[in-house]
Design a protein around this ligand. Structure first.
Ligand SMILES: Nc1ncnc2c1ncn2[C@@H]1O[C@H](COP(=O)(O)OP(=O)(O)OP(=O)(O)O)[C@@H](O)[C@H]1O
Ligand SMILES: [Mg+2]
Length: 364
């Protein structure tokens, strides 16, 4: 958009608007370019003419939490310019942006000579902005509290549930030993496989609730990992009438193999469940693109229900499943992010669902 058309400029009377435009310096910023750091002394107000800017706070350990977003026609940095206090967050460009920078001293001079109505409009924007940022922050805090509560609950439940489940497992081992006929062995194997699954899920929920995935990383060849994944699931796919295809290349990443397997199992398991026994096609591809490895998991199922698409990766979001806990994709996301990777998806009812996982390649 043009600088003259920006809402910030429109707050001023014509003559002053021209003065503000004259002060402004329009600049293009690259993707992920840092505009200012938390703690810096403010010297400019920024008007967003194109693109988006993210505001992040450092949570310690170099982990950043996004607290707000500025889009085209928004402006930011006015707090620091007005009160002279250090920047309260880092501002970083999302995917390329054009910004107009207005220096503090010149702007303050214009504001000092301006009408009260201009200041009131500015104040109105600041208050609206403050309200929405506060609401976002409160939501995040409530979510955090909820997760802490869930973590405690999961801890207690799993603690109590482990011992009876282990007893069931041991009883089936004994049963198999005392009655080694074919049918009993078959039933006992099913009990044991399901008990192992339950214990695995419990571990997963526990780790997720604790909030940090502990990684045991080593160089992993994706070709090898995916072949292994196919082998482990061959019977599962056959029973579910799934046609499975692999396109892999020799791509090596630093990863926790078990956790990556769990991500694949969660995503592929969802696709199989979405086929509802009618069968379908799942294709996994792995490729190297510049500095990232990409894993693409594509199915031709009914697509992710529209109702949950926006919040798919949030914990406890489940749809149309009896017994779904809604943790599968949340866990997948937390594991990928613990690897400094990204996960996203595309889904529609006609073509099915595709998940994209991007992980850093081992630098050559
Ligand atoms: N490939 C897919 N095709 C269609 N729907 C999907 C697909 N993947 C996920 N979904 C939908 O997204 C919901 C959330 O998935 P998620 O794995 O997070 O939880 P869940 O499968 O319901 O429970 P859990 O994985 O904890 O047992 C599912 O209930 C399902 O409705
Ligand atoms: Mg699932």
């Amino acid at each position: 958009m043009d600088l003259e058309a920006h809402q910030f400029i429109s707050y001023f009377e014509r003559e002053q608007a021209a003065q503000v435009c004259k002060l402004a310096v329009v600049e293009n910023f690259a993707d992920r370019e840092i505009i200012f750091q938390e703690g810096e002394i403010p010297d400019f107000v920024y008007l967003v003419l194109a693109g988006e800017v993210e505001f992040r706070k450092n949570n310690g350990n170099n982990k950043y939490q996004t607290v707000a977003l500025a889009k085209q026609n928004d402006f930011f940095g006015e707090f620091g310019v007005l009160d002279g206090q250090p920047r309260s967050a880092q501002a970083i460009v999302c995917s390329g942006a054009t910004l107009a920078r207005i220096p503090r001293d010149g702007l303050m001079e214009i504001l000092n000579n301006t009408k009260g109505s201009v200041v009131l409009k500015l104040l109105g924007y600041i208050v609206r902005h403050l309200r929405s940022t506060t609401a976002q922050y409160v939501n995040q805090m409530v979510h955090k509290e909820k997760m802490a509560l869930v973590g405690e609950m999961v801890n207690t439940i799993i603690h109590d549930f482990r011992s009876p489940v282990t007893s069931i497992y041991l009883a089936s081992v004994m049963l198999k030993e005392f009655h080694p006929d074919e049918e009993t062995i078959e039933w006992c194997d099913i009990i044991q496989a399901q008990v192992r699954r339950m214990l695995g899920m419990a571990e997963e929920a526990l780790e997720f609730a604790s909030g940090h995935a502990v990684l045991n990383t080593q160089p992993v060849n994706l070709d090898f990992l995916l072949q292994n994944f196919e082998k482990l699931n061959r019977i599962y796919f056959k029973d579910a009438k799934v046609e499975f295809k692999l396109n892999t290349a020799d791509v090596v990443i630093n990863a926790d193999e078990n956790k990556l397997m769990r991500v694949l199992q969660n995503l592929v398991g969802n696709a199989v469940e979405a086929f509802k026994g009618c069968g379908g096609r799942i294709e996994i591809s792995a490729l190297a693109k510049e500095k990232v490895a990409e894993i693409i998991i594509c199915d031709n199922g009914p697509g992710i229900p529209e109702e949950i698409r926006e919040h798919l990766f949030d914990p406890f979001v489940t749809y149309g499943k009896r017994g779904g806990t809604g943790l599968g994709t949340a866990i997948a996301k937390s594991i990928i992010e613990a690897h400094s990777g990204e996960i996203s998806f595309r889904s529609n009812a006609d073509e099915g669902t595709t998940f994209y996982i991007r992980l850093p390649l081992i630098s050559q």
